[in-house]
Design a protein around this ligand. Structure first.
Ligand code: XMP
Length: 317
């Protein structure tokens, strides 16, 4: 008879027995899985757990500061690493989506590895792997992997030469959320939409530049906050803004503009394998379009993506 409380009790005891007095490192992403893993491990071994949260320069607006702050509030021993410039430098001129994923994944491993080895005597790498990840990586050479390589940091354990602890590896997502709730993790964190590891890097079609990141962060923040303010956020499984590599003509006052287009995307889904676009209210879309065009320098056109998966995917890259 599985309950979140019994799972927590058993797992904390198992972790104590397995890890003893060893030092453990965990990468936090701001997502549900790694956060729940962090709080569980912290309960078991306290400050012998060091968490690392990397700013890859491809996070949402203010995400790094906000999330780092809530991790500290939760009592986690967390190190924030500002690696924005390194990621941006390495992404310069790269346009091919899989190539971007490779560069981002490789940089993450490099940054994480350096930080992790600053911890004296670290023995374990903990990961927030959940059951669907275990299943998916078994079929990593199957047809899905040739479409998009989602497992951005798959090479991490091999590279680091540490023992691996994965306390959530038998849980499904809804169970992870229930465990998180029982651990009193904030609702805003547990209810977050999925966000891809390569972040805004695969939502900027074409090459990534700091100015495009700025533009996309602004537009994305208007859309996501809009969904929250209109009570629509929890109706949507995932929402995104995509910056297209297209300029078009517009008019602003009596000036001609020749600027960028963003696409808004909102889908419902259960597992991300299939998805339907959400029939967002026209009034809401109108408001978002106005706000984005008026407030975000460099954007003069907003379109709404009405494609379902399949045949379209959720992300555009
Ligand atoms: P697609 O675009 O394949 O996305 O329909 C399905 C789900 O997977 C997420 N996604 C990724 N997650 N690394 C990740 O961690 C990736 O490279 C990646 N690509 C897509 C996507 O956001 C959606 O939730």
């Amino acid at each position: 008879n599985w309950t979140p409380d019994s799972f927590i009790e058993t797992t904390v005891n198992e972790l104590k027995a397995k890890l003893g007095n060893d030092k453990v490192v965990l990468g936090l992403s701001g997502g549900v899985d790694s956060s729940v893993a962090g709080v569980l491990l912290n309960k078991a071994i306290g400050d012998n757990l060091t968490c690392i949260f990397v700013d890859n320069g491809l996070l949402r607006k203010n995400e790094f500061e906000d999330v780092l702050h809530s991790y500290k509030d939760m009592g986690l021993n967390v190190i924030g690493v500002d690696a924005k410039q390194k990621f941006w430098d390495d992404l310069k001129g790269i346009t091919e989506p899989e190539q971007k994923r490779k560069v981002i994944g490789r940089n993450f491993i490099e940054v994480f590895d350096v930080e992790a080895h600053k911890i004296q005597n670290v023995k374990w790498l903990a990961q927030g792997t959940i059951y669907p990840d275990v299943i998916e990586s078994v079929s990593v050479n199957g047809p899905s992997a040739t479409i998009k390589s989602h497992h951005n940091v798959g090479g991490l354990p091999e590279k680091m030469n540490l023992k691996v602890a994965e306390p959530l590896r038998l849980l499904f997502k809804d169970e992870v959320r229930r465990v998180g709730k029982a651990l009193r993790i904030k609702k805003e964190l547990l209810g977050r939409h999925p966000f891809p590891g390569p972040g805004l890097g695969i939502r900027i079609l074409g090459d990534v530049t700091p100015d495009k990141v700025r533009m996309l962060q602004e537009a994305d923040s208007i859309f996501i906050n809009g969904l929250k303010n209109w009570g629509l956020y929890d109706e949507v499984w995932q929402a995104a803004v995509i910056l297209l590599p297209i300029q078009s003509v517009g008019v602003m006052g009596d000036e001609r503009t020749y600027e960028n287009t963003v696409a808004l995307r909102a889908v419902t889904s259960t597992d991300g394998m299939t998805a339907d676009w959400v029939h967002l209210p026209y009034d809401f879309l109108a408001k978002m379009s106005n706000e984005i065009i008026n407030k975000v320098r460099g954007i003069n056109r907003v379109v709404y993506d009405i494609s379902s998966k399949p045949p379209a995917t959720i992300e555009w890259e």
